[in-house]
Design a binder for this molecule. Sequence first.
Ligand code: SF4
Ligand code: SF4
Length: 339
Amino acid sequence: MTPRLLAKKDLGRFIAALAKEAEVWAPVKSTDRENCRFGPVTGAEGICLDCLQTRLPVKELFLPQREILFRFKSDSPARVKPVSDIPARVVFGVRPCDAAALELFDRVFLDPAGDDPYYRHRRERTALIGVACDDPGTACFCTAVGGDPHGTAALDLLLEDIGDRWLCRPLTEKGERLAAARGPAGKDDCAETERRAAAAREQMTFAPDLAQLAEKLAGAFDHEIWEELARPCVNCGVCTYLCPTCHCFDVTDEERHGRGARIRAWDSCQFSLFTRHASGHNPRPTGTTRLRNRTLHKFRYFPHTHGPLLCVGCGRCIIHCPAGIDLRETLETLTATLR
Ligand code: SF4
Ligand code: SF4
């Protein structure tokens, strides 16, 4: 597929053309750079191009924080599903780590044994335009978990900065259509993106042996190290809500005067009620057992079942944890302690 060029000054026209065909979403400016969030746009106005990371990852556009699965009447078996209401969308400005997390979501929500129609519909109706990272943040560690600051996983089109233009790299037919009107890039443009990608990778020095750690974690369930690691944790759940790969949810029925809705909302394995049984028994009754579960799920259970780690190294849990828990330190401590 032919790499193409987009002048930064033409971004408004590019977005406006996309907006004629689909809803366009992009990181939208706020007063606090860290608080950028994906929002609808019709031009370049308001798009936060220097936002390295939205506080909430792009997962919220595929697994909303709260959504109605269907409505019902108590006296009728009919179910009204809103699935077909989801419009065609283009999401601009997705970082490679957040896009890579959607490939992990696909393994959960697009399981051939029974996929999630809400998620599948959103994935099929959405095109993803990524923006490569030339200047990773201090908490970023995507290269340690199999990612890349110029990674292409799950993207349709990747934009790579080359000064006053982006090199647009189509990755799928959807991406090729999105960039079709742009002129072709030259060899020098491609070489510049490779130089920038190599420089970005060099900035990321955290490189633990996570394959070996996964083996060590297999026998670490009862190790006393979990107590020490969990001591500062206040079980606020921030690390799970902001994590692009965490996907736990709860389903409840809300009913009033014979009419109701089945609602799905994000949940967190860091909350004490998450695993409490109707009997009152809770298999994960303490913060230690919950932090252990989160770590084992990401670095042992998920890779054991699906292959890849359940972490894309975005660093959000490190930046936003109110207790100052740094996942990189947790991984280093586990590597050094476990045999
Ligand atoms: S963000 Fe920090 S304090 Fe909150 S649940 Fe996660 S590890 Fe614990
Ligand atoms: S565990 Fe932390 S670093 Fe890994 S993907 Fe989730 S929020 Fe990002």
